[in-house]
Write a protein that binds this ligand. Structure first.
Ligand SMILES: Nc1ncnc2c1ncn2[C@@H]1O[C@H](COP(=O)(O)OP(=O)(O)O)[C@@H](O)[C@H]1O
Ligand SMILES: [Mg+2]
Length: 331
């Protein structure tokens, strides 16, 4: 692959050392287990999966906020600089993070105009006057009024606060936004507005995005491609419409079956039985097999590789792979 990708991650592994209880023996858990993905310029990759599947860890690895235990990330053709170096800080103006909780991301003692302008100050963009004008145009770009610049975070609603965070994230004209559950803390009625805002910004400014959510229906309208994660691994990746039209992996099928599609009858919902995924107790073979109604003997002993099953699609499932000619992906 790798032609003209803005962001390219290969073989990412992240292990954390944890202790169960005060006297428990330290054990390593694999939060991210051999993840390879790429994001083309101006495209959005949705990353979905249940809580604990390693989405946020993947997001932090993509931005270089954490260093991978194994594997590597390339941004715009270059290896990710080490965390905290001057090269890495310079790169941060070109890739930004928007996460779930805008109140935690904002300083409640500082006016929102000042906070939106902070990245411009840090990266010394333009004159004082130009920065002020830029803050005003950013406010209107995210649907806030210019005169709201001297408001404080607590004077705004949750949706407005997330708009402030987004304005600050796009202040330096980044090429990439990693959005980690950007609407999960918002009222359902506000979620669509913020997603539409992100989609508009991406279309008008050509920003590429990695859009992380536990909720498949949230990524649907914004993603060009969708990667489905389960226990630290990508189990399926395909163009967004294909994921919804014809999910191949049994886990994706279960996720898709729970999303109502406007204008169509609700399909038979597949209820996932068994324990939610826990990286501290990873099943043998295919991690999903204890919850998979289709599992065969092979699934209990052999982990399926993520392979190309059709043009533009990949899946990690023995049943899917055996239905077509398997081809091992090397990146
Ligand atoms: N800093 C950390 N230290 C220890 N364990 C962590 C840390 N960050 C994440 N984990 C563990 O890694 C797994 C994946 O977490 P995360 O990436 O946050 O998943 P998601 O965002 O999909 O919910 C979870 O089991 C979580 O407890
Ligand atoms: Mg998360």
């Amino acid at each position: 692959m790798s032609e003209n990708q803005l962001l390219e991650a290969s073989g990412l592994v992240k292990t954390y050392r944890t202790r169960r209880g005060l006297l428990g023996r330290p054990t390593d858990i694999r939060a991210v287990d051999d993840v390879s993905l790429s994001v083309a310029p101006s495209q959005t990759l949705g990353i979905v999966g249940e809580s604990g599947s390693g989405k946020s860890t993947t997001g932090r690895l993509l931005l270089g906020i954490e260093e991978p235990t194994e594997g590597s990330v390339r941004f715009d053709g270059n290896a990710m600089p080490r965390l905290g170096t001057a090269e890495w800080r310079a790169l941060r103006s070109r890739m930004q993070l928007v996460f779930q909780d805008p109140l935690a991301a904002l300083d409640r003692r500082v006016s929102i105009g000042t906070q939106i302008g902070e990245p411009l100050d840090i990266h010394a963009v333009g004159t004082e006057r130009e920065r002020q004008e830029r803050v005003e145009s950013l406010l209107s770009a995210v649907g806030l009024r210019r005169d709201q610049a001297d408001r404080y975070p607590h004077e705004l609603s949750g949706g407005q606060r997330q708009r402030v965070v987004i304005a600050r994230a796009i202040a330096t004209n980044p090429q990439l936004l990693v959005c980690d559950e950007p609407v999960s803390a918002l009222d359902v009625s506000i979620q669509a507005q913020v997603i539409n805002l992100l989609r508009d910004l991406q279309e008008t400014r050509g920003i590429a995005m990695a859009f992380i959510s536990h909720d498949l229906k949230v990524v649907r309208n914004i993603s060009d491609r969708v990667a489905v994660m389960y226990l630290g691994r990508i189990v399926e990746e395909a163009p967004s419409e294909e994921i919804f039209r014809r999910p191949l992996h049994p886990y994706t099928q279960a996720l898709v079956s729970s999303v109502p599609v406007p204008g169509t009858a609700l399909r038979d919902r597949i209820i996932l039985e068994g324990e939610p995924p826990n990286p501290a107790a990873r099943p043998t073979g295919c991690s999903f097999h204890p919850r998979c109604s289709l599992a065969i003997a092979r699934c209990r002993v052999e982990a399926p590789a993520l392979v190309a099953v059709e043009s533009g699609r990949k899946a990690a499932c023995h049943l899917v792979a055996s239905a077509s000619e398997p081809e091992i992906m090397d990146s």
